[in-house]
Design a protein around this ligand. Structure first.
Ligand SMILES: Nc1nc2c(ncn2[C@@H]2O[C@H](COP(=O)(O)OP(=O)(O)OP(=O)(O)O)[C@@H](O)[C@H]2O)c(=O)[nH]1
Ligand SMILES: [Mg+2]
Length: 294
């Protein structure tokens, strides 16, 4: 797949009981993008809302449980040149998509969103993260940087994009792997962002950070369990960065394939969006009862 300045987009939207949020957010996703909605066995009308608002969307039911499995299902179904990971809860601002695409078009393999961008004029921050989670993320982020030899500023953020041609380095758990309902396969949970970061980094891909503002979830409750999922992230770092994991044959082959065309990852912060993709609609989605942000 040749890379070019006007890539087609696949926006992967993992969603579990997000009907009310999707009603608000979906109309702001780029009309020309392929939307891949991966439903997590929702008990509300998530799927019906997507069918109504984006009849062109690809709608899947995930094969196991967990956000990681949902994303893996979405990645496998995507057909765009660029894959954008997009939370359905209203926390991801569709108007930031152009900045992610711009980073990729300018040469990155992966555009990694960060709420804690440093040294950039672009706005970054979070209206959603609690102090406890922020501290936990900072600690885990520091550990990841030591283990990977990187300078990332936000390990566990879900808003990221990458060229679809790097999917091969991820080696995510097989979608048809059957496990008992009470077990979660490693990589299927909220550790997915950490797993992606480790595998992209260890494969030598060029990763650019993109400043992002995480909005407050509009309706409903977070699915994240601070301690249990934080522990999964910690274990993921241990597993992915251990010398044995670094030597995995698949990882080595991928690293060799990418090494030829990517240099060692200089972290670049991407400023204001350029004109690559312009989502429709007014400046920012507005909830029926309150604005997403002032
Ligand atoms: N399909 C699917 N989607 C999920 C699952 N768990 C979470 N999601 C979706 O993944 C996105 C992020 O989940 P959230 O529950 O908001 O978790 P978070 O954003 O990491 O944490 P908060 O900052 O507390 O919101 C949302 O769109 C969820 O609906 C799941 O098991 N299956
Ligand atoms: Mg959220």
């Amino acid at each position: 797949m040749p890379r070019h300045a006007n890539p087609t987009l696949s926006v992967i939207v993992p969603a579990r009981n997000e009907a009310r949020n999707l009603e608000i957010v979906l109309p702001y996703l780029p009309p020309q993008a392929e939307i891949v909605l991966v439903d997590g066995h929702s008990s509300d009308d998530t799927v019906d809302v997507v069918r109504r608002l984006r009849p062109d969307a690809v709608i899947l039911t995930q094969t196991r449980r967990g956000k990681g499995n949902a994303l893996a299902c979405g990645f496998a179904a995507a057909s765009g040149d660029v894959i954008v990971m997009f939370d359905a809860d209203g926390s991801a601002d569709p108007h930031e998509i152009p900045a992610f695409v711009a980073a990729l078009v300018e040469g990155a393999d992966v555009a990694k969103g960060t709420r804690f961008a440093r040294g950039t004029e672009a706005e970054a921050g979070s209206e959603d993260i609690t102090l406890l989670r922020s501290l936990g993320n900072a600690g885990l982020n520091g550990l990841a940087n030591i283990a990977l030899g990187t300078r990332y500023s936000d390990l566990c953020y879900g808003y990221n994009a990458f060229w679809r041609d790097v999917l091969g380095v991820l080696d995510l758990p097989a979608l048809d792997l059957a496990v008992p309902a009470d077990r979660m396969v490693w990589g299927d949970g909220f550790e997915i962002e950490t797993l992606l970061t480790c595998r992209f980094s260890l494969a030598g891909l060029k990763i650019a950070e993109v400043a992002s503002v995480e909005r407050e979830r509009i309706h409903g409750e977070s699915n994240l369990r601070t301690f249990a999922d934080g522990f999964r992230v910690l274990r993921t770092l241990g597993r992915e960065c251990a010398p044995r994991a670094r030597r995995r044959p698949a990882r080595r082959v991928a690293a060799m394939a990418t090494a030829a065309r990517t240099a060692i990852v200089p972290l670049a912060l991407v400023p204001a969006p350029t004109e690559v993709v312009v989502p429709s609609g007014p400046a920012r989605p507005v909830a029926a009862d309150r604005p997403l942000a002032a």
